[in-house]
Design a protein around this ligand. Structure first.
Ligand SMILES: Nc1ncnc2c1ncn2[C@@H]1O[C@H](COP(=O)(O)OP(=O)(O)OP(=O)(O)O)[C@@H](O)[C@H]1O
Length: 238
């Protein structure tokens, strides 16, 4: 069986900026992979290439063995949270979800399911323009889950979530993977990542600096943050 996500040899330049140079990442079903790196390391660029939003200069990015553009009913295979600002501010959360359900071919009944799933029912009928960052994150995740996908690609999904929201997201992702799903997750909240992921791919300035199982990177007396600071240039500091 194909891996849920398989990225090999991905390279991408923007003008003179090398965003990615020969980067790979693999996510098996049943696993949560932390895709980590300092600001500007190339994480969002790889995720965007994986979802067919930008064209890489070299390499391939496959979801369940196919490029995103060749997936049949992609919303039922992969859900993504990339840009939480993309929803229309004058729409209510419910209207946004109904529109996305119709566009993606999901049943209307999924709207109530995903609102309940992310705990967004109390503000389902409010305009998105009035939402806090955490409310937007929950709505973005609800949108990603509309098609009931078995693969999730999440760019900093805990950004703006309160402690209860972060704990909820952690257990949601664990349950999702334990039920056979696959998650590629970027985050800067390393103590949370350490309790969420099975595997880590760490990149710095567009290049892979470490990839493998979390337990091979982190020990009891050396948390993930220590490994991150040791392996990345200046530990991400300017
Ligand atoms: N559309 C673009 N045009 C020009 N440069 C870009 C573009 N998108 C990304 N870059 C550059 O590519 C590099 C990688 O950016 P990217 O957003 O992938 O990093 P990131 O790891 O997601 O960072 P962060 O943790 O800050 O979100 C950066 O130098 C960024 O400025």
């Amino acid at each position: 069986m194909s891996a849920a996500i398989e990225v090999r040899g991905l390279s991408k330049r923007f003008g003179t900026v090398v965003a990615l140079e020969d980067v790979g990442v693999r996510v098996e079903f049943g696993r949560v992979v932390g895709f980590l790196g300092p600001n500007g390391a190339g994480k969002s660029t790889l995720m965007r290439a994986l979802l067919g939003l930008i064209r890489p200069d070299a390499g391939e990015a496959l979801i369940a063995g196919r490029p995103y553009a060749r997936l049949y009913a992609p919303g039922t295979r992969v859900g993504a949270v990339l840009d939480i600002a993309s929803a229309h501010p004058r729409m209510t959360a419910r209207a946004h979800l109904c529109t996305n359900a119709a566009l993606g071919g999901a049943a209307r009944s999924r709207v109530d399911d995903v609102l309940a799933l992310v705990g967004a029912e109390p503000y389902a009928d409010r305009r998105i323009g009035t939402f806090s960052t955490g409310m937007r994150q929950r709505l973005a995740l609800a949108t990603a889950m509309l098609g009931d996908p078995d693969i999730l690609v999440l760019d900093e999904p805990s950004n703006g979530l309160d402690p209860g929201g972060i704990a909820w997201l952690r257990s949601f992702l664990r349950g999702f993977a334990d039920a056979g799903g696959a998650v590629l997750l970027s985050s800067h909240v390393l103590h949370d990542v350490q309790h969420t992921v099975d595997d880590v791919t760490l990149i710095d300035r567009g290049r892979t600096v470490w990839a493998g199982r979390l337990e091979d990177l982190v020990t009891h007396d050396a948390p993930l943050e220590d490994a991150f600071l040791r392996l990345t240039q200046n530990g991400g500091r300017p």
